[in-house]
Ligand binder design. Sequence first.
Ligand code: PRE
Length: 373
Amino acid sequence: MTDARDPNSAAQPQGHLGQLDDLREQVDQINLQLLDLLSRRGELVAEIGRLKSSEGGTKFYDPKREEDQLRLVRQANRGPFTDAAISAMFKEIFKASLDLEETREQRKLLVSRKQKSEDTVLTIGDVRIGGSEAPVLIAGPCAIESEGQMDQTAALVKELGGGILRGGAYKPRTSPYGFQGMGVDGLQLGRKVADRHGMQFMTEVMDTRDVEVVAQYADILQIGARNMHNFSLLREVGAVRRPVLLKRGLSATMEEWLYAAEYILSGGNENVIMCERGIRTFEKWTRNTLDLSAVALIKQESHLPVVVDVTHAAGRRDLLLPLARAALAVGADGIHVEVHPQPATAMSDNEQQLDFEGFRQFVAGLNLISKQR
Ligand SMILES: O=C(O)C(=O)C[C@]1(C(=O)O)C=C[C@@H](O)C=C1
């Protein structure tokens, strides 16, 4: 409140205002100097990032280096800011600098959204997967065992809205004495049955020497979890033009998984579907732990479609439906599930495949898929 009778009362705020303007002017100048310094620092950090990636590194975060720098600035700190306040400001600077280094690196990756912002939508025969397309259902037995088994399964999967029939002809088994798959005979069977029912056929390829023959019979080549780090195989499927479903490795980080996909894209094959299938954790009540955050995060980081293999994620039938629902809720572009006419007598994975009744209930519970397709 000003008092008109007091000669100072009107002048005083004006004097303060003048002082305030002056101080703010100085602060503005310092802001510009700080900005200039921050920009120069950013350029140096970007150079550090370039050096690190030219040496083949992908890890830019260096906590020890950050701690060393914090120690130096705390020692030099004369106030008025507390050491804690100064540390917090510098930590923000490190964080932004790290983003700068990582963004630069990721911008180079073909799998990255920073490279291609719109969703990749794959067209495989009459099936479309990714983007705003309805979620797809990929289903079939673990291993191809006979024409009858494949035919009955295909008929049911198709009836319930699934467009992709899966079935293994080459099986990666823990024991070398376990059933290893029917090989080329299995591939021929899978192709024949898929054609009979107007479906796409997906099967696993485990060996670089088999890529050509598998690509001859299958519409989608699957790279299994155990082979996600098989870089020769990734390069080989990068050289064919068939879509590839790339499962996440048992203990692979999301970054490693994306780099595995990058191997395929960099070979010229852009048709990659990422498949989360659970990762190995300390938990014993499920076979693996389904990492739903990976589904959401990979879709954020990458333009590629992501599907979820609920069968291997849980390793138990009672969890298939809730996990599949959760996967769709976080944005999965499809569900992969194993179904067999007589799971109890299946040549592999008999603990976790659904029987026909179970599969009907599963699809009915999912609802979404048959409704939206
Ligand atoms: O010196 C490095 O190695 C950097 O990457 C730069 C920098 C920084 O901003 O100072 C950035 C991130 C790291 O965690 C550590 C330090």
